[in-house]
Design a protein around this ligand. Structure first.
Ligand code: NAD
Length: 249
């Protein structure tokens, strides 16, 4: 049966792959992104894609977009909280503004989107909230203090939603390793030797590859399905075995 699915950060990368995955399943997709151009570039087969230019860290914009979408298409079954930004800094290098920005885009947005979607899922009688965290929810690079903190907190939010809205609503976190998206390429493009950094990213995964965004979308698609009906409150890694091998000689 066709579902109504909200995806944040839907214009590029993992979000865009999720849009394509859910549209291919026959679902109606409500795509939220701050970037109007990337939303405009998404394919819209049979008019089953609704796009909303929305800064998901802002409560009024989230409320307007989600309530507007519900008015148009009806109750929501799946929410994919995917929007996120990466910044590189230690605690002492991070300004208060930068800390707030990363927390608001990566963490508060998931709270806000859940807050305005869960009542619709309750009316619907079922729903799934999938939060895209990161391998950095479980381990950390150097100089990612706000990012890794925001991603760890997403796991707590996932547990809370799973507990408070059971049994008809499930919540699951997904933790990707390095994924081939604009976020990765933007992060390395100004480094001294981007090709070497890209190769390092490949080498640090047991899978010796960088995950295509479609594989993250496929996991999210499965977790959203009734076949995953016994999965809730947990974290699923799609990280090519990152961190499994103990380093050193
Ligand atoms: P991306 O930068 O390629 O795409 C992110 C999308 O989010 C963009 O379309 C951007 O416009 C949108 N966005 C950013 N701020 C927004 C805001 N305030 N409101 C609405 N939309 C906003 O990123 P990606 O690599 O596809 O990452 C998606 C998610 O996966 C993020 O949460 C990221 O932290 C996580 N992740 C990515 C990787 C990776 O290696 N790429 C690894 C682990 C986790």
């Amino acid at each position: 049966m066709s579902r109504n699915v909200i995806i944040t950060g839907a214009g590029k990368g993992i979000g865009k792959a999720c849009v394509e995955h859910f549209l291919a399943l026959g679902d109606t997709v409500i795509a939220l992104d701050i970037d109007e151009n990337s939303l405009a570039s998404l394919d819209n087969p049979d008019g089953r894609l609704l796009t909303y230019v929305c800064d998901v860290s802002k409560g009024n914009q989230v409320q307007q977009s989600i309530e507007g979408a519900i008015d148009k298409v009806g109750e929501i079954t799946v929410l994919v909280n995917n929007a996120g930004i990466q910044r590189y800094s230690t605690v002492t290098e991070t300004s208060e503004e930068e800390w707030d920005l990363v927390m608001n885009v990566n963490l508060k947005s998931a709270f806000l989107c859940a807050k305005y979607t869960l009542p619709s899922m309750q009316k619907n009688g079922k729903g799934v909230v999938i939060n895209v965290a990161s391998a950095q929810a479980l381990m950390s690079q150097a100089r990612v203090a706000p990012y890794t903190t925001s991603k760890s907190a997403i796991l707590g939010l996932t547990r809370s939603i799973a507990i408070d809205y059971a049994p008809h609503i499930r919540s699951v976190s997904v933790c990707p390793g390095t994924v081939d998206t604009p976020m990765l390429h933007d992060a390395i493009k100004d480094m001294e030797n981007p090709e070497a950094v890209y190769q390092d990213c490949i080498d640090m995964h047991l899978s010796k590859r960088i995950c295509p965004p479609e594989e993250v979308a496929a996991l999210i698609g499965f977790l959203s399905s009734d076949k995953a009906g016994s999965i809730t409150g947990q974290t699923y890694r799609v990280d090519g075995g990152l961190g499994v091998l103990i380093g050193g000689n």
